[in-house]
Every structure is written in structure tokens, then in C-alpha cells.
Design a protein around this ligand. Sequence first.
Ligand SMILES: [Zn+2]
Length: 490
Amino acid sequence: MATDAQRAKRRDRKRANYRAHIPKVSAEVLGEAGQDPQFESRHGIKTYVICRICGAKCKKLENHLIALHPHLAEKYPTDWPGAPLVCPKTRKFHSAITKNQMKTSRGRARPELSSVSGHPGETPLRWWSVVCLIVEGCSHQKIAEDKRIVVPDQKTERWFTAITRIARQLGFSGKRCLYYFGDPITRAKVAEWQRASGLSHKDFANFTAISWQRVRGFSETSGKDLRIIPGDSRKIRDWLDRVIRTLMMKPDTAKGLRHRDYNRSAVLKSFFPDLGKKYDLLFVVLSESQKFVTDKPEAGIEQWQDWLCDQAGREVAGGLRGNLFTRFLPWAPDVSRFIEGQNKLLEQKPGSLDVLRINRNLWQLAEQFFASYFDTTRPIVRNAWQARRIEARDMQVSIFRVAQLTPPAQLNPQATLAEKSEDEPSKKPRKHGPDPNPEENIWFKIGLEIEKLIAKGESLIDARKKVQGAYQYQTIVRYHMLYKEHLRTA
Ligand SMILES: [Zn+2]
């Protein structure tokens, strides 16, 4: 084994050898070249460039500078502004290689490794699939384990390293979290949604089935950008999606909702104040994608997904300016699903990108994305940019109506209940006077069971979850509240 000193000696000897044999220009030529950054092109020199420091003739200066003038290498471009670093012939040669590589590999599916020895049965690890899992809040460890189940011979660590590397190369942070509309769900975000919904900590906790202490924690000022664990995030995201979609329904399909009460565009604006920015981002990426599919007429959705990952990777590596694709990537799975949905709708082949290719109006497509996500129409989305936010108090009333719950007492329950009974006959026992035998109703049975569990020392939420069965959690909450109201009135 060579020691460090021996290695250094060998390096110095090599360097001296190289220096002794390097072809150099004469001192006069070097003097002239030092004055004139365009010296080579002026004299028709195509096969080498002149090092302005020592006069060496090199095909490219990059390695020469590092090897022989390590202290001056960094300053070289500023000391000799405009002096070429690569000779035209070498530049042409390398660019031809790169172009050829791009032509053959860009927009193509990754090579199939399953028949390669050392990778038995292994399908290529697509960056895209890693993106999809990260966005859904999977940890790198979990993804690696999933992968290991598919290919049992291989060690989890190997996948883990690969996945961590990919995540970093695509600009994801190591922290595990769920993304919503391309943004990580943070405490600040949830606090904002809660404010927009006008719900108290307890109501918000009831609706989303998260403990209310935790909900209270979200709105505390410290650690605003902390990401919320995926389990809770998922509950919040699902609830929010459900509420918004119900609020977006047409009056005739949503029983008990009166749309004269609120503007549907305003609902979107209230929950997503930065909808305009999101729209801009989507529009720019869609137009970039359209360029891509025009260049690659044979590309399908998989090639597009790989291309998006490629672009993001190049941005992180510094090969591409800006952060457009790294910003977009966490959102891309949603958009990709949307394109698949459009294919089905327009009876295109699955995996086709014709939606992008033939669409002349990308802004319409971007609007259509939001519209289909929230089950609504494009005009409503379009008006959301300028819409005014709904007052938190009014939003609260609407949300309670959506959940068909009685609003909390401080909201003047008499008025709201009266309004409601005009709309449609409610099934609540109060409206019909005392129920002759409430014990037969399902809400009574479930409510009773919950109360029994609570009496045994279960917490409210645990008790509700235990009796849940085939019901939605919200339904259980409603039944429980009906039961309690029954106790109060009876
Ligand atoms: Zn030199």
C-alpha cells in the first residue's frame, strides 16, 4: 500500500513529466494571445486552445488548469475574460455525442434489467414511482421494503440507499410528509384551513378524527413550518376534499344545501388563497410539456413522467435554470392522474398524451384540472381568482350543513334549524316531536354504545372509533350527537 507521501511524490513526478512534454506556443504568441481573447479564432486555430498562463496547447483547458495551475484555475475566466476553454473541434465532438445521447435516451422508457445477471427479476426502479410514493407520505424505508418484497433476494439497505439518493436528486427533503397540491401539509397550512372553515379546535378535531389537543397544537405559533405526520395529514386532506366537493355540488344533487347562501368560487378562494399562483405554475409546466410532446410524437404518459423527473433532476444538479420542475414534481402525480382521466373521458388510448398534444388552449386545460379535482365546472374555477373569501362564520354554517349536523349553540341554532326545516323534512327526532320509541333507531343504539364505552374509561374519539364498523366516522359523530341531544330533551 502506498502511503500518502508516496502518492504525493508520484503525483508530482507525473505532473513534472507532463509539464516537460507539453507542447507550448512561443513566448511572443503567448504575449499576443494574452492581449487578445479571440486569438485562436482570429488565426484559424481549430485543434487547440492556448493556456494564457503558461502557453500550453490543449484541446480543453479544464483538466490542465486544475493539474498545473490549481490556485489560478478558478480565477482563469475572470483573469482572461472571453478566452476560450475548449477548442472548436473538441466542442463539436462532445456536443455531437451529447446530442446523440439525448436523441436516443430522452423520452424513452428505462432499460429493462430483469434479464441482466445480478438483477434477477428486477424491474427498473422508475424515479416516477418513487415520486408517487414520497408524495403519498411513504418513508424511504417503507418504499425500500416494498421494493424488497417484489425482489426478495435483495437487501432493503440497497434499495434504501437508492431511494434516498433519488429523492435527493429530485429535490425532496428527507422529511416524510404528505403533499397536497404539490405543497407539504404543514402546521401553518392546516391552521389556515381551520381558520377558513371557521371551526373551533374541537369541531375540527371531530370532523377530521384527530385528537383536538393536536389540532390546537397546529395553530400554535411555534414550529409553523413543521410538517404534520402523514396519518393525520391524510385525514385532514380527505376531509377537506370531501367538504369542498360537497360544497361544490349542484343544488339539485346536494340535498339540504342552498347555494344562494354562498358563492362556489368563493369557497375555493377561501380554502386556497394561492390558487392563482398554482394555476400559473400548472400553465407554465403544461406549455413546457406541450413542447416536449411536439418534439416526441411517439411519447406516452410514462415518457412524460420520466421527462418531468429528468427535468427536476437537472434543475437540482444545476444543468437547468430555475426551480420550475422541482416545484411542480410533488404535484405531478395528481396532474398525471387527471390526464389519464381525460383520456378515458375523450376516449383516447390509456397512456396517450394526445390531450396535451392537440389542446390549443392550455389555460382551459389547467382550469379543467382544478374543475375535475373539485367536481365542478370551469367558470367556477375561473371566477375563483377574483372571488372574495367567505367569512369564517358563514363557512362554518355551510360546513355544518354539509355534515348535516346541528350548528353549535352560539350560532343561533333556532334560526338555522328553522331554515333547514323549510328545505326538506329532517330525520332528527326534534322536528317530529318526541319519537315514540327511539330505542329502535340506529343512532340510539350507536350513541348508547359510545356512552357505555366512555363510562368504561375510553376517550371520546377511541369510543367512537370502536363502534365505527361499516359507518363513516362522521356518521358516528352525528349519531352520537343525536343521541346526546335526545338525552337532553327527553
Ligand atoms: Zn497552463
